[in-house]
Design a protein around this ligand. Structure first.
Ligand code: CMP
Length: 136
């Protein structure tokens, strides 16, 4: 089934100059970018995006981190895009991510883990609408 998912290339990956490598991995896997923008998130915007994690102990650090530098926001479209992107990314903690995944290649820590990807259809709909309201 063709799906859409929201991907974020995080500040650590932007600073490491691997935007191109990461987008090449998406395209190579049949995840086609249909919307993309580079922005510097405000703390408030990061907090709204990660609201589902607001009670977690890492929420403040995570949202401060996400507002610390430019990010690239993408809507990716393709067959089973949500699961496919999660396979491409690897485990949240780069130390546990399989070889060949984006986080194994570029992630530095559980916080600076290079990329974000939606984890389910409902979250993808929320996340796409959050950053690309024209897609709602
Ligand atoms: P992401 O896929 O963007 O979704 C939430 C983020 O919280 C996650 O990737 C991690 O970068 C970050 N995070 C920081 N600490 C933790 C933790 N202990 N468990 C899960 N996620 C964490």
């Amino acid at each position: 089934m063709s799906e859409r998912t929201l991907a974020i290339i995080k500040p650590d990956a932007v600073a490491k100059h691997v935007i191109g490598d990461i987008i090449q991995r998406y395209e190579g896997a049949g995840l086609n970018p249909i919307a993309m923008k580079m922005v510097r998130l405000s703390k408030k915007s990061a907090e709204g995006f990660y609201a589902v994690h607001s009670e977690r102990p890492f929420f403040n650090d995570l949202t401060t981190y996400m507002a610390s530098g430019s990010v690239v926001l993408l809507v990716l479209e393709g067959e089973n895009a949500i699961a496919k992107n999660r396979d491409l990314m690897g485990a949240t903690d780069p130390k546990k991510a399989d070889t060949g995944t984006i986080r194994a290649a570029h992630g530095a820590s559980i916080e600076a883990n290079a990329v974000h990807g939606s984890d389910a259809i409902e979250t993808a709909n929320f996340e796409i609408g959050y950053f690309f309201p024209e897609f709602e």
